[in-house]
Ligand binder design. Sequence first.
Ligand SMILES: Nc1ncnc2c1ncn2[C@@H]1O[C@H](COP(=O)(O)OP(=O)(O)O)[C@@H](O)[C@H]1O
Ligand SMILES: [Mg+2]
Length: 233
Amino acid sequence: MEAIQGEAIRLSDVWVAYSGSGRPAIREINLKIDYNSLILITGPNGAGKTTLIETCLGLLKPIRGEVFLLGVNTKSRKIIKVRRKCSYVPQDFMKPPYESYTAKHVIKLGLATDMCLFGLSDLEIKRRILNVAKMLQIEDLLDRPIGTLSGGQQQKVYIARALVREPKVLFLDEPFSSIDEESRYVIAKVIHEYVHQKKACALVVSHDVDPIIDLSDIIVHMDNGKITNVEVN
Ligand SMILES: Nc1ncnc2c1ncn2[C@@H]1O[C@H](COP(=O)(O)OP(=O)(O)O)[C@@H](O)[C@H]1O
Ligand SMILES: [Mg+2]
């Protein structure tokens, strides 16, 4: 099977199993995701949501079927380069209280990983950091050590770090867990605006669908390793 241009992600009859586990964690997954779309993946604990994200990124390889990310098969060596055009904020990505990096440092790290810095002036780096900080309403937190921020504030900093690189695909795993309602709304709105402004694509995993469900283009329901329903908003 070939990838089709214009598709951000394609999975065709994908099965993934963890080594040592007798049962596949996800199976029979067929999904096609275009640019300019926000996808919500929801379902109970153990449904296979995190496994699906890591399979899209090529961090887990299918035992059956094929996965294309930005047109490249995740089994190809080129996937390492392709991954640099994506951002991933894993589940429960919180720093311990003694972490001394400031929020600004953490956001700037988003630019360091893939040598973006070579092409960017100091002024441009500052402009980008300030821009994402404004969007997420964390400008006044930029000089605070990350460990002194609340869960919701930290989550916004990690999302800022993911966005500052201007990824083609943004993967967020449970970005709303244990954060207040107002922060959830800000994060959902920022993701929605980013995706449509940049013609990018976001895959957001959340067992808790409110309020992002209203801003999502496609809602994928998973249970017991399978996609049980796909709704188009
Ligand atoms: N590292 C692992 N090793 C073995 N089994 C795993 C591992 N991670 C997840 N699983 C299993 O895979 C299934 C899907 O898990 P996961 O993708 O984490 O679900 P979700 O993110 O929807 O809660 C579950 O049955 C889980 O126990
Ligand atoms: Mg999970």
